[in-house]
Design a protein around this ligand. Structure first.
Ligand code: MG
Ligand code: MG
Length: 255
């Protein structure tokens, strides 16, 4: 069931989303060559703590996972697509990092992600990140009252396919509200004009993830969480929590 939020609830979700945006901004400022993923998790923990927010990631255990998630961010480096566990790995020159973060504040959830490079970037990585961000922007632009869910999927997938990138088939965006993951599932590719009609008060986490390797195949790493590209190619991920409103899409996870 898709919950329609009141305007007051959207404002409350904005407060939760702002914490996510600020945590991601702080992590990005702290990320550099030789900084460890665990240190980046600590940066995000501090932002959540100061805001009085809880983490929907910490101890999260969906059906596919054998162990609860141990951190407040996912940190996915290079061939890791999403769901990377922050370890003692220290970032190296030219790494492509995707950070996903969530917050729970006042009973509402926010969820967002950003990808960036540290040190001297590879041009191919910058193109992959730019295209993923452009797909997110296209998905957000399609999230308008009266459009359909498939219009968002199509907007995202069109950008990725035009660039020749792979799109993992089983992962995408989702409804969000009091819980981080709610209905509906939002595929990162699809046919326009299909699916649920969008209305004022729906909130979606829109999150393209593209693989430089065009096939889009992935595996689960031995840690049971991290999704990695089968061909070893690099991946990028970008996400915002977005409210559909009569005034147009409202991004809830900006800092
Ligand atoms: Mg996320
Ligand atoms: Mg999400």
């Amino acid at each position: 069931m898709v919950e329609i939020k009141s305007d007051a609830s959207l404002d409350a979700m904005r407060a939760a989303g702002r914490v996510v945006g600020e945590a991601l901004a702080a992590v990005r400022r702290a990320a550099d060559v030789r900084v460890s993923l665990r240190e980046l998790d600590e940066v995000a923990r501090e932002v959540l703590r100061e805001a009085g927010a809880d983490s929907p990631f910490l101890n999260y255990r969906p059906s596919f996972a054998d162990t609860p998630f141990p951190a407040v961010i996912c940190a996915s480096v290079n061939d890791a697509i999403v769901h990377g566990i922050p370890t003692d790995y220290r970032l190296r020159d030219g790494d492509l990092v995707s950070i996903d973060c969530g917050a729970l504040l006042g009973g509402w959830a926010g969820d967002a992600a950003v990808s960036f490079t540290v040190g001297t970037p590879r041009p191919a990585d910058l193109a992959l990140i730019e295209t993923t961000e452009r797909a997110l922007a296209a998905g957000i632009a399609a999230a308008v009252v009266g459009a359909r869910l498939g219009d968002i999927s199509h907007a995202i997938g069109s950008v990725g396919r035009a660039a020749g990138y792979g799109i993992p088939a089983d992962f995408g965006g989702h409804g969000i509200g009091r819980r981080m993951h709610e209905d509906p599932h939002l595929p990162n590719d699809g046919r326009p004009g299909r699916g649920m009609r969008l209305q004022h008060g729906m909130v979606l986490a829109i999150e393209p993830m593209f693989l430089a390797g065009g096939r889009g195949d992935y595996d689960t790493a031995p840690d049971g969480w991290t999704l990695v590209t089968t061909d070893g190619s690099r991946a990028a991920h970008a996400e915002h929590t977005v409210a559909i409103t009569d005034e147009g899409p409202r991004i809830l996870t900006l800092p």
